[in-house]
Design a protein around this ligand. Sequence first.
Ligand SMILES: Nc1nc2c(c(=O)[nH]1)N[C@H]1C(S)=C(S)[C@@H](COP(=O)(O)OP(=O)(O)OC[C@H]3O[C@@H](n4cnc5c(=O)[nH]c(N)nc54)[C@H](O)[C@@H]3O)O[C@H]1N2
Ligand SMILES: Nc1nc2c(c(=O)[nH]1)N[C@H]1C(S)=C(S)[C@@H](COP(=O)(O)OP(=O)(O)OC[C@H]3O[C@@H](n4cnc5c(=O)[nH]c(N)nc54)[C@H](O)[C@@H]3O)O[C@H]1N2
Ligand SMILES: [Mo]
Length: 850
Amino acid sequence: MDASVDRIARPWGSRTPYGRHEPWPVRVDTYLEEGVEPGSVQRWVQAASILHSDGDAMDIAVVDGRMAGVRGRADDRVNHGRLGPKDLFGWQANASPDRLTRPLVRRDGHLTGCDWATAMDRIVARSRELLEKRGPGAIGFYTTGQLFLEEYYTLALLARAGIGTPHLDGNTRLCTATASEALKESFGCDGQPGSYDDLDHADAIALFGHNIAETQPVQWMRVLDRLGGPDPPRLVCVDPRPTRVARTAAVHLAPRLGTNVALLNALLHEIIRTDRVDHAYIAAHTVGYEELVSRVKECTPEWAAAICDVPAARIGEAAEVLGTADRLLSTVLQGVYQSHQATAAAVQVNNLHLIRGMLGRPGAGVLQMNGQPTAQNTRECGADGNLPGFRNWQNDSHVADLARVWNVDPRTIPHYAPPTHAMQMFRYAEQGSIRMLWINGTNPAVSLPDLSRVRSILSQDRLFVIVQDLFLTETAQLADVVLPAATWGEKTGTFTNADRTVHLSDKAVEPPGEAKPDLDIFLDYAARMDFRDKDGGPLVTWHDPESAFEAWKRCSAGRPCDYTGLTYDRLRGRSGIQWPCTEQTPEGTERLYTDTIDWAHPDVCESYGKDLVTGAADDAVEYRSLNPDGKAMIKAASYLPPHETPDAAYPFQLTTGRTLYHFHTRTKTARAPQLNAAAPEVWVEVSAADAAALGLDEGDLVEVTTPRGALRGRLRTTGIRPGLLFVPFHYGYWDTEAGHGPGDGTPARAANETTITDWDPVSKQPLFKTAAAALRLVERGNGRSAPAPTTTASAPFRAGAVPSTTGGTSALAGQAGDTDGEEGEGNKEDEDGREDREDRGKGQVEGDSE
Ligand SMILES: Nc1nc2c(c(=O)[nH]1)N[C@H]1C(S)=C(S)[C@@H](COP(=O)(O)OP(=O)(O)OC[C@H]3O[C@@H](n4cnc5c(=O)[nH]c(N)nc54)[C@H](O)[C@@H]3O)O[C@H]1N2
Ligand SMILES: Nc1nc2c(c(=O)[nH]1)N[C@H]1C(S)=C(S)[C@@H](COP(=O)(O)OP(=O)(O)OC[C@H]3O[C@@H](n4cnc5c(=O)[nH]c(N)nc54)[C@H](O)[C@@H]3O)O[C@H]1N2
Ligand SMILES: [Mo]
């Protein structure tokens, strides 16, 4: 069947049901801009999506040298041809007329256009001056999870061995630092154990703080297709909001914010109490089980019920599903990583899998999920606070090995202390020890917590700020030098999704004006700085994406993320391939830890681990005594209450996050008309009960205040748990009609005006998801409704109370494949979804306990 579907109104498209252990059917989604027919496309250029961590493989349609649409790649292992709404429409931002087309430098207080030589000379002059007067510690780099592998590797080399600074981190600190840390704590090393194919084989899927329906919509299509086919999986969802996942799940637990550890400890308690434990697996592959048993002994469902405000019986039902699953797949994301006790909670999910022996088999796996499209590469290339190739900065032989690869003296590579994390870099800039901050591919003036503080740090005279971006973002407006970057579709490179699938993304069109690929900018900087290796040769020995990739392969050799079996040619014209990929495993590796835990031995592990309460790093001696044979580590943690809790002045809990139609600070999605229209402005979600108690109504303009600041938005009443407010964090200032932001009379609308400067002690990931707030009426809505989508977690409490979100003819996208024509996603079908859940929940839980 070939049909056109409004993919704003029906984000997940039509169903292609399939049964357990069967291959997921292909459905090829296509969107071509108005007036372009498939026959008029001159070239299709291979790429993968850069708007989430799935790596949906797609081809870019090129007509007369410009992008004219996209089409899913049928033969790719990740998406089997499907695309999500952001994949379908987001590319249009590339051609936005307000792209940066030439460098800008600040002259007499104003950013003015200049040529590349002028901009780069300024950067080089300041770098040299700071190196001479203050040393490498005066220079910091704040990068992203949205460049390509080749770019991160180059940046890591020039920052670590060229400048010699410990201050290099990514916005991955805000995103997947906890994923990486949780893997290190449990398995000694980063590296995703599971595979997306586990969705085809699992009989139970548990999602912890992960709104997969909106943030990885293509994998949600896969779940929906399983639910529509024979032998469907049972879903457990832990999320305080009524997401589509929650409404579809057999068991939905909606805990109070910041209580994930209490809930997980109760689940572990029940599984141990009912002895649904794989004792042989524990004995063969783990250390630490006894400690876990004693730590969760008192953590009954009744105990957790009081802390989490979830019925004890519901916790029991969830434990039943998790405990009786034959193949369990769990996913973890920001509801855990950005919440209180982030790493401790994420590690308890690993523990659940370790004690049940649910690893390394089809359907049995953990996905400590990523968020950004290339966050995996930031981590493995060492452009965050790690060394390249998951090398251990505390292990001298690992540092020496990296020095060999780079042909530098090991002392050149800073490893005397842990690499600086992003929140600490901003602190150093605030205090004045960092004097130059090079920001690329991230918009911290909207995405970091506590924005008034961030603005004041970035606006300091003594701090030289470089921003490398596509647009004049809120952050770029505070810069001393702005560099125009080319992006996805305009440059070639590789990146790796959340399940280790490496994709090649080819250049389809020319970048606008003088914009340059980030790789070229870094190479130019390295050349101008004349960085040398220990024999006096150039430090950076490559000159283009493919030679950078070949260099990275040498660095990755023998490490867990081994790329040596990959080439650009092998990645062209076929599916992406999962690392490790070597000569012995040319087709890649579906799952890690199929036989044994490979990377936890003291000699090879990436980290010696940390204390889950204080974050204090263990050393080699401690690690060796805990884990001499390199097994998986079961690390127990006690629940601690969140730091900021509601009181009389701030009676609500406040959390922040995403909506399906926007990506982060919307530099791309606000410039795609279909996506922008679906969610044009910020809103505030509140429960119907709280709204009634305060005399508030849908559409009222309200103000949300915390001790840090305030924002205004229209109210949407939803089925969110009472006592909780939710605000999407996408909305900064650049597109407000009144001007460019706080201070000029524009009412604040960025969620991060209100969030707190606080982070997880172990992963250093900021807490965007636990704060206390007040809510007040600013102005009656008088019949208006909030600009919030009705298709998603922000669906109104009373279905039909506000106009449905639709995209109209401009959002029609093709679907080719064996679909059953039933989208099952409109407002009407909501009801069906709910009934479905009732049946599935009751029937299956009882059935299993017999
Ligand atoms: N549409 C869209 N997709 C995206 C992105 C985007 O901006 N837009 N960004 C990408 C990136 S970088 C990331 S990191 C991912 C993030 O993907 P997700 O983590 O799925 O998205 P969030 O909305 O940040 O948070 C998920 C859920 O956490 C819940 N939550 C909040 N506090 C708690 C808590 O204390 N406990 C529990 N259990 N749950 C809680 C929220 O209600 C929310 O539904 O999405 C990726 N995909
Ligand atoms: N309150 C709250 N805050 C949050 C979160 C939350 O849930 N709640 N989530 C956090 C998370 S998980 C994340 S990942 C961050 C995201 O926060 P940011 O990284 O700040 O958000 P983006 O809008 O993705 O910013 C990316 C920037 O890179 C630019 N860009 C895109 N492609 C390229 C390229 O190829 N080269 C260059 N040089 N630039 C490019 C874009 O124009 C954009 O300005 O936000 C974090 N902040
Ligand atoms: Mo993220």
